[in-house]
Design a protein around this ligand. Structure first.
Ligand code: SF4
Ligand code: SF4
Length: 266
């Protein structure tokens, strides 16, 4: 099967691991953990880049370092994780900002140790809250060329990607609920990009990021924010930036008023 995929042009294949054996098999089905680990080798041998993605929540948070060990041992080419997006009422799966930061610190340490050993796995720091972590730890510095009004990096929703489903439906981001912006069989992509997509580019509407030094480089994950609070421009529930750690400018009465006004207008 993997050789067929390669023949038809597949260059990268992503598999999911959502915990160590017991947890992953509980999420998926019995035997699924061992099967996924085994298939990493099959994908590699066919000449396709193997990718393991983990969806992190409070349930499996402390298993991530063990997952990293297991997939490195299995020879995976790329490992990354992203956060769980709640889709209805299951808020007990939330992590506190401090818990999530602790996980990033554990993973960062592990990634560095493996890299120092010459490990071939590429650790993709996909979540934009890595930027916050690396800013704090001195691994990321705001570049001198950064200027007000420009978005340089961070969440790609509104500035760098779209999702097109097999039905033709176009979503601003596949992980943002209710973010359908058109359909490729009815709308020109170029028109969608400059019309309905505008709703996702109101960067000053972010209730917290708009006051943050890292606004141009991060903005967390608005899909997670929307999953928790229903508001795409709401606070990322795992972000630990604050006035106390010097990342946020203090709220003024004027900024609160402006924010409320622009939300009412939107
Ligand atoms: S406030 Fe927003 S931009 Fe700043 S670190 Fe948190 S998520 Fe990132
Ligand atoms: S909303 Fe989250 S998942 Fe979607 S592009 Fe932004 S960071 Fe990525």
């Amino acid at each position: 099967m993997c050789r067929e995929l390669k023949y038809y042009g597949c260059r990268k294949y992503q598999l999911s691991l959502d915990g160590l054996r017991e947890t992953h098999d509980w999420f998926r089905k019995p035997g699924s953990f061992d099967c996924t680990i085994e298939k990493i080798g099959c994908v590699n041998r066919a000449g396709i880049r193997s990718v393991i993605m983990t969806t992190v929540s409070a349930t499996n948070r402390m298993e991530v370092p063990g997952i990293i060990d297991a997939v490195v041992k299995a020879g995976v080419n790329v490992f990354a994780f992203s956060r769980y997006v709640p889709s209805g009422g299951e808020l007990d799966t939330s992590m506190t900002p401090a818990e999530y930061r602790e996980l990033l610190a554990l993973c960062d340490k592990k990634f560095r140790e493996y890299e120092a050993e010459g490990c071939k796995t590429y650790f993709n720091k996909k979540d934009h809250l890595w930027t916050l972590y690396e800013y704090e730890t001195g691994q990321f510095k705001i570049p001198a060329y950064a200027c007000d009004g420009l978005i340089h990096d961070g969440c790609n929703c509104g500035n760098g990607h779209l999702t097109i489903l097999p039905s033709g439906d176009i979503y601003a981001c596949r992980r943002v609920a209710d973010s359908k912006v058109g359909n490729v069989f009815e709308d020109r992509l170029a028109d969608v990009w400059v019309t309905t997509m505008e709703d996702y580019r109101n960067y000053d509407e972010f209730s917290k990021c708009s006051r943050c030094k890292l606004k141009q480089f991060c903005r967390g994950c608005p899909a997670v924010a929307k999953g928790y609070s229903g508001d795409f421009y709401g606070e990322d529930p795992q972000c630990w930036a604050s006035e106390e750690n010097g990342l946020l400018t203090p709220k003024t009465e004027e900024s609160v008023h402006d924010n409320n006004e622009s939300r009412r207008a939107g």
